[in-house]
Design a protein around this ligand. Structure first.
Ligand SMILES: [Zn+2]
Length: 434
């Protein structure tokens, strides 16, 4: 059955209200990392509305803890679960795909800094605002719109299409790890061989992801010696020590960013390695040398370095700084959260070529390829399976920032590309209109 790109685009266009309403409801379903259930429940309904039956994949750290990509979690399992729904045609004649997206969103920061409540989405000048709108509930909604658009044209994919919604992407990635582990071991209804391509609709502005850095989280706990400030010399200040530790780590960051130390894929990225001091806790009040200080950092490194090696280099730097400052300082390093190796993605496999060509049919040009300065769950597919994978999602602004928003026009283009991809990759067959 032949379908023109213009027909697919028109079918997506006709679903704009569904798209905006679904994304708005999804954003309203507040889902910070560690407490994703409202978004999981919302997605369960949205998938059932499409006639799909989502299966819950419950996070079980015990089952995952010996896997190489397991990250020491920041939150307990608490019965949290991923959702995996599959469209399985009666007769499968094409090639299959999985759309994989994360349900969790990052903290909002003070609500007073937002133009509107971060979980009360609004549409303004073609952008939908709200925490998680861009990163990455919009991309997940695009995949639903793509599927629904084909249905509205009286067809459905002629191969398995998976919709996998995972938790905990922003802090450790153990959600996607749980799904892939379950697929590899056929713990649920689906198995790994059901899928021949994976697309992660992260908001990378309609580009294809060619590589991503490795990421680890580190907590540095410093203990000093408290004293009255009148006799400050008797004390040892762990907060001031923490400032020096961060300054030395920033020197390491500059070394890794130096042009001669960059791998080819990151040559044109202005500042590929970012060490971020994200949290600092410590001190009692202004007139005492404080007792303790904890720094929370996010560190990154190139794909040719393992997380173990990065941890070793960073630990040595921190311990050297602390030893230089004062022998009375105690330091403890805790690696919790991200344990993500970097990855390089082959964009010349048939699946990824088909995706690039689908984008070209919709927009008139092949998509750009980008090397990303953050991590994504694409690493689990790349490092644990033979399934070709990339990220491809809509244009968003201020993700992880204030007034995060996503472009509705871009969502429509991405949904059209996804539907075109399903036509070209999975093939389509007629369905009885319901
Ligand atoms: Zn994301």
């Amino acid at each position: 059955m032949r379908l023109e790109t213009t027909q697919i685009a028109a079918a997506v266009e006709a679903l704009e209200t569904y798209m905006v309403e679904t994304l708005s409801g999804f954003v309203r379903a507040e889902s910070p990392s560690g407490a994703e259930e409202p978004a999981a429940r919302f997605m369960e309904h949205a998938l059932r509305d499409l006639g799909l039956e989502p299966e819950r994949i419950v996070l079980d750290t015990e089952q995952l803890k010996d896997l190489p990509l397991f990250a020491c979690p920041c939150f307990p399992d608490n019965g949290r679960y991923n959702l995996l729904a599959r469209h399985v045609p009666e007769q499968s004649t094409g090639r299959s795909v999985m759309f994989n997206g994360h349900l969790d969103v990052v903290p909002t920061g003070p609500q007073s800094m937002w133009s509107q409540h971060p979980f009360d989405p609004v549409v303004k000048d073609g952008w939908l605002y709200g925490r998680g709108s861009g990163d990455m509930k919009a991309g997940i909604v695009c995949s639903l719109v793509a599927f629904k658009a084909l249905r509205s044209l009286g067809v459905e994919p002629a191969a398995t299409v998976g919709f996998n919604a995972v938790l905990s992407e922003e802090i450790d990635g153990n959600g996607s790890l749980a799904t892939i582990h379950a697929l590899k071991n056929a713990l649920g209804k689906a198995k790994l061989t059901d899928f021949q391509a994976a697309i992660i609709p992260e908001p990378f502005g309609e580009t294809l992801l060619s590589a991503q850095v490795g990421v680890i989280w580190l907590f540095i706990e410093l203990t000093g010696r408290p004293a009255h400030v009148a006799y400050m010399e008797k004390g040892v200040n762990p907060i001031e020590a923490g400032i020096a530790v961060v300054a030395d780590l920033k020197e390491l960051e500059a070394e890794w960013n130096a042009p001669e130390n960059r791998p080819e894929l990151f040559k044109d990225v202005p500042h590929p390695i970012n060490f971020n001091l994200g949290t600092i806790n410590g001190g009692e009040w202004n007139s005492s040398v404080p007792c303790a200080c904890t720094l929370g950092l996010r560190l990154s490194f190139y794909p040719d370095m393992s997380p173990e090696e990065a941890r070793r280099i960073v630990s040595e730097r921190v311990r050297a700084t602390v030893a230089r400052l004062n022998s009375a300082l105690e330091v403890k390093l805790r690696f919790e959260g991200h344990n993500a190796p970097g990855s390089v993605f082959d964009l010349d496999t048939p699946a990824m070529r088909t995706l690039a060509q689908a984008h070209a049919k919709v927009t008139g040009a092949e998509p750009e390829r980008i090397a990303c300065t953050a991590t994504t769950d694409a690493r689990h597919f790349q490092l644990m399976t033979d399934i070709p994978v990339t990220c491809y999602g809509p244009i968003a602004k201020d993700i992880h920032g204030i007034d995060e928003c996503v472009s509705i026009e871009s969502m429509k283009r991405v949904a059209t590309t996804m539907a075109q991809f399903m036509v070209d990759w999975c093939g389509v067959q007629k369905v009885e209109k319901t």
